[in-house]
Design a protein around this ligand. Structure first.
Ligand SMILES: [Zn+2]
Length: 411
């Protein structure tokens, strides 16, 4: 799922000045706090789609329909897919027969409408062209002018409108009756959003769709029923799950590039190996830069009947704390801009619960910035976690952004 967190980089190696007798220092990323340890929360069959097939669903009245079907076909055999998904044990993505819908959609849909339509088709007596089977991902490319309301990560308390609260989502449900009763239907939904606000970084409307589609199709593959790969496996870094979404697309959101064998932009994907090395946690290899907080403590998190310790700040309402921010990049880059945002405020319209003050808002690899956070009031993280606040330290360079989340216990 992408809470509006969904950026291009090329490595630019430093080369010694040919006129200089002194060799240049090799570049090294500055030391910073470790990244979360993304893992699979279940090894059960179906927790990861190891042999995935995507079925693109497009609408005849959509001017991008043909290009989207073409994108889906290129995605699966691309070097991007192999480099990003190979380490998760996922084979190249096959492509089912595209489903071109002729019946226009109403301007406003709910997620349940799509589920009902799918359940009707799969429960019917007629022949189904792309029946649900383990590995199948139905990718709905909604046409322009159609909005959808979704329940995000299954939590009805955090719902939102497409293009406002999210740029795409994926989910799954089980069929109750008919010839495929008991089958799990895995699907991704990519709404068509105007190239305004954060999407103004795109000049081609197709790129905005293909970036979101790569994110959601990858996550539908690595975490189809929310028991696969995510930062939920590392509860000490629960902030990455609750504030960013925690799945392998979410953690590299807004980090995109255009592979030559696809021809349209796709999003980079979390790399367990890259994260462990502490340098570039996204794949395929590109440029990663960020601002990692220092001086966090341990807080107690109570969620869903369990309590565990996680990195964060214990700050009662009215209190302030200053954290250091270690700036680092995987290759020479920047300087870049650093800011702090509350996701629930930005994406769900919740009232602000935090105030931020920086000593500096620009820096590069090796710089240390300071951020003072004041808790103004007690929030709920958009309904997800009453008694807690959270913010995301955002690093922005050109069209590219990265995020480092911090959880606050204000109880
Ligand atoms: Zn996501």
């Amino acid at each position: 799922m992408g809470l509006l967190v969904v950026a291009c980089g090329g490595r630019s190696p430093t080369s010694p000045d040919s006129g200089s007798a002194v060799p240049a220092q090799p570049f090294a990323p500055a030391a910073h706090a470790p990244f979360p340890e993304v893992g699979s929360t279940s090894t059960a069959s179906g927790s990861v789609l190891t042999r995935p097939t995507v079925v693109p669903i497009v609408w005849q009245n959509d001017p991008l329909a043909g290009q989207l079907v073409d994108f889906a076909a290129r995605l699966g055999s691309s070097s991007y897919w192999r480099q990003a998904l190979g380490p998760y044990g996922v084979a190249p993505l096959s492509v089912g027969t595209a489903d071109v819908e002729t019946k226009a959609l109403p301007p406003s849909l709910r997620d349940g409408d799509l589920r009902t339509a799918m359940a009707d088709i799969f429960s019917g007596a007629g022949t189904v062209e792309n029946p649900p089977s383990p590995g199948t991902v139905y990718a709905f490319f909604l046409p322009p002018g159609v909005g959808i309301r979704a329940s995000i990560n299954g939590a009805d308390t955090v719902t939102g409108q497409s293009c406002v609260a999210f740029l795409g989502y994926h989910d799954a449900f089980q069929l109750g009756g008919g010839p495929y009763a008991g089958s799990t239907v895995v699907y991704a939904v990519i709404p068509r959003c105007p190239l305004t606000g954060e999407l103004a970084v795109f000049t081609d409307p197709l790129d905005a769709v293909t970036v979101a589609a790569s994110h959601e199709i990858v996550e539908a593959t690595t975490d189809p029923t929310k028991t696969g790969w995510s930062s939920l496996a590392d509860l000490s870094n629960f902030a990455w799950t609750i504030l960013l979404g925690g799945e392998v697309g979410d953690l590299c959101a807004w980090n995109f590039f255009t592979p030559s064998d696809i021809g349209h932009a796709v999003q980079r994907i979390w790399s367990v190996e890259g994260a462990l090395a502490g340098e570039d946690p996204c794949a395929p290899e590109g440029l990663y830069f960020g601002a990692a907080p220092t001086g966090l403590g341990e807080i107690s998190v109570a969620v869903g009947g369990t309590t565990f310790e996680a990195r964060g700040l214990a700050l009662p309402v009215g209190a302030s704390a200053t954290v250091g921010l270690d700036l680092f990049s995987s290759a020479p880059a920047g300087p870049w801009a650093v800011s702090a945002v509350e996701p629930a405020v930005k994406m769900l319209g919740a009232p602000p619960t935090l105030a931020f003050a920086f000593d500096r808002t620009v820096g590069e690899n090796g710089d240390v910035l300071h951020l003072t956070v004041t808790v103004l009031g007690s929030g709920t993280l958009g309904g997800a976690l009453p008694g807690y606040e959270g913010f995301v330290v955002e690093s922005a360079l050109g069209t590219q952004r990265t995020f480092w989340p911090v959880l606050i216990d204000s109880r």
